[in-house]
Design a protein around this ligand. Structure first.
Ligand code: SF4
Length: 408
């Protein structure tokens, strides 16, 4: 039986070399960074700038955009200009596959406007051209003083690396299983590419690594291994996590284990959005994952009970939703006006069973009357009962009390 520590909290953060990505520091002792990616056509500078702005306002601290064609590369500086006009200051990361060396050479303004280049060693080129094309991108990073993320992905793994490892495995007295061979291929692809980049002259403080797979257990195993074999800053993400609750659950399960072990300097939650839905959902999930684990604070957290047979009216759910939405709507303004507001805790509880107790633990909490209880909702502020609300206007009154508290 593994000895589990009895103290609460994550393991000390793994040591990594910090990397400056525009104004954002990744790794070292910097806070774990939230990032996301657009799904607009980058050639459409207006739509892409709008979505980058939306993601940045939701809390994405880095935003990656696809750079796949000459027209997309030409649009990148225009996107940066539009963002500046909108007052949005967020580092843009260019996602390159197959032709990154050509696009960066052809569009110097794109190479300059991006804060980081993401390259996938499996998609840099094929055969004899691979090494020269990889070297070209690293030389561009050196010329423009930009960091790179060497991002290996299980879906586009370097097949020659995998074939070589399968041959190597066949020689072993006790061959590894296929999963371990694949993990080793991912890790070696990342580490050998990083070593090549260093040989060309890129310093370690300009290199971030990622090795993404779509299975929870494989991702944990890959990063645990990778983390012990280098001190590069690591970007975490479960690739192709899926839609809705499945994507959220799988990403949270995988990333929470790694973050708890001190592994990870920046994260992305790769959710497939519902058709027509905003892309910002993945940013909220990333923030909530870090905040509920106590690793960072972004917004006041609302604790709410699930409700049960003691709360048969919908009023309790409506109040919880009203409070949650109010906090999200107000946060952009609150963040600017009130230092530390992101550390507040709120409680919205359905009855007296756990209501007063949970409310006392929050900065501000309310316990609604459950079935058969007196029609009164005690409000607790900083652990003390401050007032009792009654009648049909409890939701608005509670939101008003919350606003006053924040202002004070
Ligand atoms: Fe049910 Fe009350 Fe517990 Fe909420 S606090 S889950 S309403 S018993």
């Amino acid at each position: 039986v593994t000895q589990v520590p009895l103290t609460a909290g994550p393991a000390p953060r793994r040591h990594s070399v910090a990397v400056q990505v525009g104004k954002v520091r990744v790794g070292g002792d910097a806070p774990i960074v939230v990032q996301s990616m657009t799904n607009t056509d980058t050639e459409d500078a207006a739509s892409t700038a709008r979505q980058v702005a939306e993601l940045a306002r939701a809390g994405s601290e880095l935003v990656r955009i696809t750079v796949n064609t000459p027209a997309a590369a030409a649009a990148v500086p225009r996107i940066a200009e539009r963002l500046a006009m909108m007052g949005v200051d967020v580092p843009l990361v260019g996602d390159f596959h197959y032709n990154g060396h050509q696009l960066l050479e052809r569009e110097p303004a794109c190479a300059e406007a991006l804060a980081k280049y993401r390259i996938n060693p499996g998609n840099v080129g094929f055969g004899a051209k691979r090494d020269t094309q990889f070297a070209s991108i690293i030389e561009m990073a050196l010329r423009y003083a930009k960091p790179v993320r060497i991002g290996v992905n299980w879906g586009s793994l370097d097949q020659s690396m995998l074939a070589a490892l399968m041959d190597e495995n066949a020689q072993r007295a006790e061959p590894w299983d296929a999963s371990r061979v694949a993990r080793e291929a991912l890790i070696r692809s990342a580490l050998e590419s990083a070593a090549k980049a260093e040989e060309i002259g890129l310093e370690r403080d300009r290199i971030i690594l990622s090795c993404k797979v779509s299975g929870v257990q494989e991702l944990i195993a890959v990063y645990r291994d990778l983390a012990t074999r280098c001190d590069y800053a690591l970007h975490l993400g479960l690739t192709e996590a899926g839609m809705g609750s499945k994507g959220i659950t799988a990403s949270s399960a995988a990333l929470a284990v790694l973050l708890q072990e001190g592994i990870g300097d920046t994260i992305r939650i790769s959710l497939t959005p519902e058709p027509g839905a905003s892309r910002t959902g993945e940013v909220i999930v990333a923030q909530e994952l870090l905040q509920t684990m106590g690793l960072r604070s972004f917004t006041p957290l609302v604790t709410a009970c699930p409700g049960c047979g003691r709360t048969t009216s919908e009023f309790f759910q409506v109040l919880a939703k009203t409070v949650q939405e109010h906090v999200r709507e107000q946060m952009p303004l609150w963040r600017v006006k009130y230092d530390g507001v992101e550390n507040l805790t709120l409680a919205v509880m359905g009855c007296i069973v756990n209501g007063p107790g949970e409310s006392k633990h929050a900065n501000i909490g309310i316990s609604l009357p459950g079935n058969g209880e007196a029609p009164a909702a005690p409000v607790f502020i900083d652990g003390e009962k401050a007032m009792t609300l009654r009648g049909d206007n409890i939701a608005n009154e509670f939101v008003g009390i919350l606003d006053d508290y924040v202002e004070r």
